[in-house]
Design a protein around this ligand. Structure first.
Ligand SMILES: Cc1cc2nc3c(=O)[nH]c(=O)nc-3n(C[C@H](O)[C@H](O)[C@H](O)COP(=O)(O)OP(=O)(O)OC[C@H]3O[C@@H](n4cnc5c(N)ncnc54)[C@H](O)[C@@H]3O)c2cc1C
Length: 458
C-alpha cells in the first residue's frame, strides 16, 4: 500500500489525515507552524480558526446545514470536534476555538497511523509509492506556492479577504446594547448596538474618511512568471468586503448589509433602530465578541477611533483588530479532476481553500473528500467522485467545471446544486419546500455513495 503525505495542518489537512488513517493508510502530516508561521495564524496548533469562530448555519434544509449533515454521516472528525466545542450562536454552529484545536490535536495524537512532522515543505517531488494531499491553505508559503506554480504550469490567482475585530466583553456598555435574535428566530445570542440616524451618519462619515493600511508586499498577488499579464489590481472577494469599501458604495449600503436592523426589535422602544452592529459570542466564557461582518482594512489606530463611535462600544477594548490578507488558490477548473487529483499529476490531490473552495466548513469538507480519495488511491482503488446531487459533490463539481478565466472560490449555496426537474418545480412553488426536497435527495444520494465507496476494513 502507498503512503499518504499530507501538507498543511489547518482545517483540510487534519481532516484528510484522520480520514485516510481511519481507512487503514499510513499518513505523514507536515505542518510548518510553529517553526514558520503565516501572516494570519497566531499559534502552532492544528485546526486554528484564523478569524470568525463560526462554521455557519445549522438551520435545517439550508445549504451549509446540508454540507455539514453529509460530513457528519461520513464521520467527519473535525465536525465531531466542532460539535463538542460548540458555543451558543443562535442558528449557527460556532465553536470555542481553543477547545476545537485541542480536540483535533487529541484526535491526531491518538491515531497511531499518523506521523506528524513540523517542517516547511518546499518541494512536491513525487515518489511512486506516495500519494500527496496538498492542503497548505490560502497562505501557502512562497517556496511551496512557487513549486506548485512550476508544477502546474499555470499562474494561480489571488484575491483579498479581510478579518473582523474582536471586542473584550467587559468593555461593552451593556446599558446601550441589547440581546435579540432576528425576527425572534432562535435564541437571542447576538448583542446588538443600535444607531439613530444621526449616529449612523456621523459613523459613516468617519469610516469613509479613515486612513487605510497600505498593501504589504506579501499581499500582492504572485507575478506571472511568463511576464505576459500585468499584476491584477487589488481585488476584494465580493462575499467578504471590508466595511469601508461597502460604505463607499452608497450611504445606505451598510444599512442594507452588515448593519441591517430589520427584525431586531429594541426591547426599550419596541422598534427597529436605524442601523445596528451585531456582536457574536467568541468562546464558552462569553468574555469576547466578534463584530459580525465588520472586516476592514483600516489602520489599527483608526479602527479604535472609528469603531468606538458605535453606540455601546465607546470604551471598547479590542482584542484583535480587523486585518487584510492574501488568499492564494489554484485555477481549479483548469487543473483539477473531480477526485481532487491534479490532471497533470494524478498522484497529487489539492484540498481546502487552495483548491478553490471558500470557508472553514467547505475546507474541512474538501479535506474529508481528499482523505477518502487518497486512501482509495493508496489502496489501489480508483476513487469515485461524490455525486453531483449532494452538497459535497456540487461544490467539487463547481470548482472543477466553472469558467476557468473568471474563477473565484465558492461557498456552498443551493445554486450549486442541480435544480429540481421542471415538472416538480412547477408543482412546488415554495422555495423552502424545494430546498427541503433538494436536501432529501442529496442525503439519499450521499448515503448511497458512502455505501458504494466503503473500503474493506484492514
Ligand atoms: C485571515 C483569514 C481569515 C479568514 N476568515 C474566515 C472566516 O471568518 N470564516 C471562514 O469560513 N473562512 C475564513 N477564511 C477562509 C478559510 O476558511 C480559512 O483560511 C481556512 O483555514 C482554510 O482551511 P485550509 O485547511 O485550506 O487552510 P489553513 O487552515 O490555512 O491550513 C493550511 C496550513 O498549511 C500550513 N502551511 C502552509 N504552507 C506550508 C508549507 N510549505 N509546509 C507545511 N505547512 C504549510 C499553514 O501553516 C496552515 O496551518 C479566512 C482565511 C484567512 C486567511
Amino acid at each position: 500500500m502507498k503512503k499518504i503525505h499530507i501538507i498543511g495542518g489547518g482545517l483540510a489537512g487534519p481532516e484528510a489525515a484522520l480520514q485516510a488513517a481511519g481507512l487503514g493508510c499510513q499518513v505523514i502530516l507536515s505542518e510548518m507552524r510553529p517553526l514558520r508561521s503565516t501572516e494570519a495564524h497566531q499559534t502552532g496548533d492544528f485546526a486554528e480558526l484564523v478569524c470568525s469562530n463560526s462554521l455557519k448555519s445549522e438551520s435545517e434544509n439550508t445549504a451549509p446545514w446540508l454540507l455539514k449533515q453529509e460530513m457528519r454521516r461520513a464521520g467527519s472528525f473535525l465536525l465531531q470536534a466542532a460539535d463538542a466545542s460548540a458555543v451558543p450562536a443562535g442558528h449557527a454552529l460556532a465553536v470555542d476555538r481553543l477547545e476545537f484545536s485541542r480536540r483535533v490535536a487529541d484526535l491526531i495524537a491518538s491515531q497511531p497511523r499518523i506521523e506528524v512532522r513540523r517542517e516547511e515543505v518546499t518541494s512536491l517531488q513525487q515518489e511512486d509509492d506516495v500519494i500527496t494531499v496538498l492542503a497548505s491553505g490560502p497562505l501557502t508559503s512562497s517556496p511551496l506556492a512557487d513549486e506548485l506554480q512550476s508544477l502546474t504550469g499555470a499562474g494561480h490567482l489571488a484575491f483579498y479577504d479581510s478579518i473582523s475585530p474582536i471586542v473584550d466583553a467587559a468593555s461593552i456598555d451593556m446599558e446601550k446594547v441589547y440581546f435579540a435574535a432576528r425576527w425572534n428566530k432562535g435564541s437571542a445570542d447576538y448583542l446588538n448596538c443600535p444607531f439613530t440616524k444621526e449616529e449612523y451618519d456621523a459613523f459613516l462619515d468617519a469610516l469613509i474618511r479613515a486612513e487605510t493600511v497600505q498593501a504589504h508586499s506579501w499581499e500582492t498577488p504572485p507575478a506571472d512568471p511568463s511576464g505576459v499579464s500585468a499584476p491584477p489590481p487589488l481585488a476584494y472577494f465580493e462575499g467578504c468586503l471590508p466595511i469601508e469599501e461597502i460604505a463607499r458604495r452608497g450611504r445606505d449600503t451598510l444599512r442594507f448589509g452588515p448593519m441591517k436592523p430589520a427584525g431586531l426589535t429594541h426591547p426599550k422602544t419596541g422598534r427597529w433602530p436605524y442601523a445596528v452592529v451585531q456582536l457574536r459570542q467568541e468562546n464558552l466564557r462569553a468574555d469576547s465578541y466578534n463584530m459580525v461582518g465588520f472586516q476592514n482594512h483600516l489602520r489599527f489606530g483608526e479602527q479604535a477611533r472609528v469603531l468606538r463611535m458605535i453606540p455601546g462600544l465607546e470604551h471598547a477594548v479590542f482584542l484583535r483588530y480587523g486585518q487584510i490578507h492574501r488568499n492564494t488558490y489554484i485555477q481549479a477548473p483548469a487543473l483539477l479532476q473531480e477526485t481532487l487529483q491534479l490532471r497533470s499529476h494524478p498522484g497529487i490531490l489539492i484540498a481546502g481553500q487552495l483548491s478553490g473552495v471558500e470557508g472553514y466548513t467547505e475546507s474541512i469538507a474538501s479535506g474529508l473528500l481528499a482523505g477518502r480519495y487518497a486512501a482509495a488511491l493508496a489502496r489501489g482503488v480508483q476513487p469515485l467522485p461524490a455525486p453531483r446531487l449532494t452538497a459535497n459533490g456540487s461544490l467539487t463539481h463547481y470548482i472543477t467545471h466553472a469558467e476557468a478565466k473568471r474563477f473565484q472560490p465558492a461557498n456552498i449555496t443551493f445554486d450549486l446544486l442541480p435544480p429540481l426537474e421542471e415538472e416538480l418545480r412547477r408543482k412546488v412553488r415554495d422555495k423552502k419546500e424545494r430546498h427541503r426536497i433538494q436536501c432529501e435527495r442529496a442525503l439519499a444520494a450521499w448515503d448511497q455513495w458512502l455505501a458504494e465507496t466503503a473500503l474493506p476494513t484492514l
